[in-house]
Design a protein around this ligand. Structure first.
Ligand SMILES: O=P(O)(O)OC[C@H](O)CO
Length: 413
């Protein structure tokens, strides 16, 4: 059988689900064997994949987080566009099978899929129902606005909790998704979709207001900063924090690790910012195929992609992880099975995404966005520590981030 090497970043319960999916494919036919290898967190595996390509030993498939999309799209010569690959293999993947918000995120301007949608997520609010009860808060009535989060955070602290509220993926949740949810631009040029000369808009009043709010929460102890990426997940699963904004795809690991009853609610919003709540944007990752592989490998990759996006497999992955359904059929199968009624909280993410998008809420496509996140999270750390005010911090993110955007622009021209 032809071997297909697949590098991914799925940990814990998610890694187990990937291995099951791969095993199911390998057992379903005998021409191809997919070998799934965990290559570290998203940032690490993306760097490893690019370095391996340069050294001539790239894997066949690489899972790349959504913020790496523009960088990958412009990696001329390194990438085999997915739809084109499937058409050449005689087994076309149809972009219309996917939810619009998902397909458009990973499509070129002519509407063709460049990477394969796989694990799309969106941020939600998780809360510890046991801790809510102990603090005298209503476990069936989670906070809806940021003001309510701050109040609940104080009560949780007063009841003896070590931490009221924390957040995963600080830039994704508090800036990128925050912008779409409040219908304000994250960047000019249609959030980057309309040109490489897009620049960040994060020094605008809505962001300054939000970060001043979070800084105040950090000061009064209702918010605990838990680190970059998904480092803070453990603060919630260990029971230390009563509330947590994080990926819908964290559900599987919260179920596995958390020894408490939890609820899932919509991402909080500021009710004094007009236009909120709009819709959230997708996060998570998609699957990229490297160039310069044999036609036989591409045939096998196509077959594997067809397998994982079949209605049954897409529905199973969605239901067992918390990632949103990426195909329309996967969503329908799940709805018709009564899964959402039986598992309260599992539809929150889907509903948050399910809206007519505006130019601010369709998604973000900026080069070097992983590096911009690092800059943003570094500046946020200074804001939360009280070293700079929100306005200064946001200005610095815009300035330093724009330097990265200019560098990207000149590197691909
Ligand atoms: O935890 P995930 O897989 O939903 O990813 C969250 C962020 O979108 C990663 O950039």
């Amino acid at each position: 059988a032809t071997e297909i090497v697949f590098w991914h970043s799925m940990e814990g319960a998610l890694g187990d689900r990937v291995n099951e999916l791969v095993q199911g494919f390998n057992e379903s036919q005998s021409d191809y064997t997919v070998k799934a290898i965990y290559k570290g967190a998203y940032g690490e595996s993306m760097n490893a994949g690019i370095a391996a390509f340069r050294a001539g030993n790239a894997p066949d498939i690489l899972q790349v987080f959504e913020v790496g999309t523009a960088t990958m799209m412009h990696a001329q010569g390194a990438i085999q566009p997915v739809q084109e690959m499937s058409e050449q293999a005689g087994d076309p993947i149809n972009p219309d099978d996917f939810l619009g918000a998902v397909a458009s995120y990973y499509s070129s301007s002519d509407g063709k899929l460049v990477s394969m949608p796989f694990n799309s997520s969106t941020p939600v609010l998780y809360y510890n129902k046991d801790a809510f009860r102990k603090a005298g808060l209503d476990p069936e009535n989670p906070p809806k606005t940021w003001k309510e989060v701050a109040e609940a955070g104080k009560k949780l602290r007063e009841s003896g909790m070590e931490c009221g509220y924390t957040t995963g993926w600080p830039s994704w949740v508090q800036m990128e998704t925050f912008a779409a949810w409040h219908n304000v631009p994250f960047a000019t040029k249609n959030n980057g979709f309309d040109g490489l000369d897009a620049r960040l808009s994060v020094d605008q009043p809505a962001f300054v207001k939000h970060f001043a709010f979070l800084a105040q929460m950090a000061k009064d102890g209702s918010f605990t900063y838990g680190g970059r990426g998904d480092a803070s997940n453990a603060l919630f699963t260990s029971g230390k924090c009563g509330m947590f904004t994080g990926s819908s795809g964290s559900r599987a690991n919260i179920i596995r690790t958390g020894e408490f009853e939890f609820g899932t609610a919509s991402l909080p919003y500021h009710d004094d910012i007009e236009g909120a709540p709009q819709n959230t944007i997708i996060g998570g990752a998609s699957l990229w195929v490297f160039a310069k592989k044999s036609p036989e490998v591409y045939k096998g990759v196509t077959k594997f992609f067809k397998y994982i996006s079949s209605p049954e497999m897409a529905a199973k992955w969605h239901q067992e992880t918390g990632y949103v359904p990426v195909t329309k059929a996967g969503h329908q199968v799940t709805r018709e099975s009564g899964f959402y009624e039986k598992n309260p909280g599992t539809e929150v993410a889907v509903l948050q995404l399910n809206a007519d998008t505006t130019e601010n809420s369709r998604g973000i496509r900026l080069g070097f966005l992983p590096q911009i996140r690092e800059i943003a999270e570094g500046e946020m750390e200074r804001i939360f520590a009280g070293e700079v005010d929100a306005e200064t911090g946001m200005k610095r993110i815009a300035e330093r981030g724009n330097e990265m955007l200019k560098r990207f622009e000149s590197s691909v021209k």
